[in-house]
Write a protein that binds this ligand. Structure first.
Ligand code: NAD
Length: 377
């Protein structure tokens, strides 16, 4: 059983799909592990560290993936990039299929079994494999760290001989995995924190972290399927806009994280709302990848508007690649373990397993996932 780990080619991607800790565990499961040369550099892992864990370091991608049963990646490589892979090889990563249906169909044509970790069901058994949670948690933390770094004032209340300085006010919009971690981080830095969400259940979680939950009676509980939010009606959107407009002008730091599965990010912060904020305020838009929660956000850009800075980084977890890779690689290992027969030390995939069914995009030359069936390259 051979497992290959790719060097990431996506611009700005510094994470890697396996760390030496995980390589050693894969070898313990009976695998031979090939690492593409330089794969760990962005996460400060040298080839020698992989070698010490028992991996082979391979100079070319074709040789790395050649004969591999499993290819591990962070981002989706093109079918061309992994053309040396054998038909039937599993490609496991964050394959980002929405909007990339042609690329997914290309992987099918190449005979690759593409497995998209973003589709891992959010059930207890699969929590340890949940890349969305592990990476969103880090992104929520990093959003506050980056906001604090460019905020030109102190975050906590400062009681000094020269007088008292008021603490910064931080407002978190969307209290899911990333938002709750942003709240906790802003609290730890001493900010006065408030947060909003459209799921009523989020209120208790926000308050348990010591933040104030901002909500209006006019906004009904917009919980949707699977613990996610549903899209708001026009009336609800108006009620939310009124609520946000009244609150945001008094905030120093705003972290937006609001997402709705399979939809563009809801627009929550208008240009006028940004203009109501004091110069020197900072907004971090964690929804930038999906179009942004803030009207003025530009993906992967830093925008300055009337003295308010808006950060639109789409890969904030990748800004702390060492930790992000460590957790991502553990998520992947936990899933790979379910695909292996430990006695026989070989692949034994149960195609009827709900985890496999939910995540497999392509198989036997076809796109098989119901959300993308019929896609052509
Ligand atoms: P997400 O990334 O889809 O969305 C982020 C947050 O934005 C959510 O809390 C959502 O309610 C909120 N949101 C959507 N529209 C909004 C709007 N107009 N205004 C304000 N907020 C808005 O969500 P997520 O972080 O992936 O978590 C979603 C849920 O899943 C949470 O309840 C979380 O606790 C749960 N969860 C469960 C598991 C598990 O059981 N294994 C794992 C992770 C998360």
């Amino acid at each position: 059983m051979k497992i290959a780990v790719l060097r990431e080619r996506f611009e700005g991607e510094s994470r890697v799909a396996a760390t030496p800790e995980i390589v050693a565990k894969l070898i313990g499961l009976g695998a031979q592990v090939s690492i593409e040369q330089g794969a760990g550099i962005g996460s400060r892992i040298a080839d020698d560290q992989y070698r010490a864990a028992g991996a082979n370091i391979i100079g070319s991608v074709a040789e790395t993936v050649g004969e591999a049963d499993i290819i591990l990646s962070v981002r989706r490589p093109s079918a061309l990039a992994i053309k040396g892979a054998s038909p039937g090889a599993l490609l496991i990563g964050a394959l980002d299929p929405y909007g990339n249906e042609r690329e997914i169909a290309g992987l099918a044509q190449a005979g690759i079994v593409a497995i998209s970790m973003e589709f891992m069901p959010r059930i207890t058994r699969a929590q340890v494999m949940d890349i969305l949670s592990s990476q969103a948690n880090l992104a929520g933390y990093q959003a506050v760290i980056e906001a604090a770094a460019i905020f030109e004032r102190a975050m906590p209340m400062m009681m000094t001989a020269a007088g008292t300085v008021r603490p910064a006010k931080a407002f978190v919009m969307g209290a899911g995995v990333a938002g709750l971690q942003a709240i906790a981080t802003a609290k730890r830095l001493g900010a006065v924190v408030s947060a909003t969400d459209v799921r009523a259940a989020a209120g208790e979680q926000v308050e348990s972290l010591g933040a104030k939950f901002i909500m209006t009676e006019a906004l009904k509980d917009a919980s949707g399927a699977g613990g996610y939010a549903r899209e708001l009606t026009v009336d609800e959107q108006d009620a939310q806009a009124e609520l946000v407009a009244g609150h945001i002008s008094k905030q120093d730091i705003v972290i937006t994280t609001a997402l709705i599965p399979g939809r563009p990010a809801p627009k929550l912060v208008t240009r006028a709302m940004v203009e109501s904020m004091a110069p020197g305020s900072v907004i971090v838009d964690l929804a930038a990848e999906r179009g942004g929660n803030v009207e003025l956000t530009q993906k992967d850009q830093v925008v300055s508007h009337n003295g308010v800075t808006i950060l639109g980084h789409s890969n904030l977890a990748g800004h702390i690649p060492t930790t992000a890779s460590q957790l991502y690689a553990r998520n992947l290992l936990a899933f790979v373990e379910t695909l292996i027969d430990r006695q026989e030390k070989k692949l034994a995939i149960d195609w009827d397993d709900e985890l496999v069914k939910a995540t497999v995009l392509t198989r036997d030359g076809a796109v098989v996932h119901p959300a993308f069936a019929g896609a052509v390259a």
